[in-house]
Design a protein around this ligand. Sequence first.
Ligand SMILES: *Cc1c(COP(=O)(O)O)cnc(C)c1O
Length: 397
Amino acid sequence: MENRAMPDKKGYFGEYGGKFVPETLMPALDELEKAYTEALDDAAFHEEFKILCRDYIGRPTPLYCARQLTAKMGGATILLKREDLAHTGAHKINNALGQGLLAKRMGKKRIIAETGAGQHGVAVATVCAMLGLECIVYMGSKDIKRQASNVNRMKLTGAEVRPVNSGSRTLKDAINEAIRDWVSNVETTHYLLGSVVGPHAYPMIVRDFQAIIGREAIEQMLRQYLRLPDYLVACVGGGSNSIGLFHAFYDEKEVKFIGVEAAGQGLDTDKHSATLAKGKTGVLHGTKSYLLEDKNGQISETHSIAPGLDYPGVGPEHSFYKDSGRATYVSVNDAQALEGFKLLCETEGIIPALESSHAVYYAAHMAADLSPDKIIIVNLSGRGDKDLDIVNRALKI
Ligand SMILES: *Cc1c(COP(=O)(O)O)cnc(C)c1O
């Protein structure tokens, strides 16, 4: 795989990353890293991942030219990388499959995972059913209420969903609970983390499994357009779909990266999830990165209309990209994301996830100011079926 220069041996991207975990987890993290390093050198592992990406997930996902949207905005050409068409409806399954295969390799038959909106939980439950692994998903009780259809999907595919009633009863509390479970069951259990966050080697492993998005995009660009794009635009929650698109383009310095965070009800309120725009450096869930905290140094309660962006941390590689200037980070608020959602529904007949709608909104408005010879790829990280209740309530349909 490309650009293996980062992270360094200790898991740092510049000053970000590392392993800030209780001593009892160190052996498990070492075991995971060793298993992953060995898998990277094993052609059979790559082959199995490749075949299941094709036959189970449905890869490669198309690179679709959004002609109506492009015409409406009247500027640069907008292409959509269709992760919404991946099995279970989002990019999350790429990583769930990769780590599921890794768990099998390590002989671990019990899988635990955290989930916020439920997309990662659904992807993990799905892969566990297919690989014959036991699956337990920790989910905040508030999220269980907001995302009932995903809870149903997890149960149908044989997962046990364990409600978490501590803290704000959302994603960060579910991660705390999953880490607690892992500490007590490390021998038998693999913790299948869902984004490019957490202690080393997770940010690297998740990135590498998601990097298939960018590798496909390069191939598709060269075949369909005989050139690379000018801009890549993707939403940033923990940061996995964006890193997945960006990573293979890292050395192509003329291709600009734009990450779109959730401005929620506004960056000047405390109801947003724009970690890179408004956060400070600190340690959360085992990694050093930007994070959002309140006046008393407590981790903030975040907000976004898109449940998958509602997280007070961000992957360490993004923090590094921000400081080094390799990527630019912008933010889009709830109302704008809803506009992006409607825009794509009406121009292209594609119902995007609310997370992806943030990227759609930004890219569409950026396109309007660019000349028609420019090309923008938007990562359409997921489909919006899961969000219809939220959208209907917000738009009072
Ligand atoms: C989970 C999710 C996200 C946010 O997570 P990242 O790790 O930042 O990609 C974005 N879009 C969809 C559809 C998701 O399910």
